[in-house]
Design a protein around this ligand. Sequence first.
Ligand code: ADP
Ligand code: 5GP
Length: 203
Amino acid sequence: MEQSSEAPYSNTSRNGRLTVISGPSGVGKSTIVDAIIETTPSEFSVSATTRAPRTGETEGVDYFFVDRETFRAKIHSGEILEWAEYGGNLYGTLRSSVQPILASGRNVLLDIENEGAKQIKAHFPEALLIFVAPPDIHTLRTRLTGRGDTPEDDIALRLSAAQQQMTEAPDVYDYVVINTDLDRTISEVLDILGSGSNELPIH
Ligand code: ADP
Ligand code: 5GP
């Protein structure tokens, strides 16, 4: 897996908190992120990707969909804070999707994979890293299939990546939350966000 070697940015001002929500595809990250956004002063960081849009995905809402050449140009111009290759596509966090929100005092949620999470932690030690794990791999498959937007080949790839992600998780993340019951998971994540914060209160 490729990853960025650039120092992305420093946290120079008193601002919102950067929180990474990672986990295997289909585990429930987007659902959890949506719930956090509804109940806390937070915004989702929209990433850039070279992956093709899935049915129902919207440019600028789910991702900024770009070709490889454009993505590379963004790396070289310093517009990308961290990036990684996943399933043959490039994914990266845009500086412009993070810094203005943090500077406004709002929290930023990143839905990124392990390599990106490591890069964020290395360059922004105050970031909170949460890994969402499935109760078991069969449940993960059911959720991924049930979402109905991912081709069978991609499901196989995502399940095999999931094993690797879950093995690494305890070494990379501050918290591992098992998403069995959705409401309970959301409340656990909200508790984590609210605990030990010297930034914005969660309401
Ligand atoms: P991700 O963003 O991690 O790929 P999603 O948020 O799209 O995952 O969730 C995948 C599917 O699993 C969705 O259909 C979602 O409604 C469902 N889901 C999420 N959490 C749970 C849960 N705890 N129990 C049952 N289904 C869930
Ligand atoms: P999907 O194709 O299912 O939307 O995402 C595939 C994987 O890419 C997920 O694990 C997701 O968290 C990760 N991802 C999405 N955006 C980014 C990003 O900006 N940076 C990194 N490193 N990973 C990302």
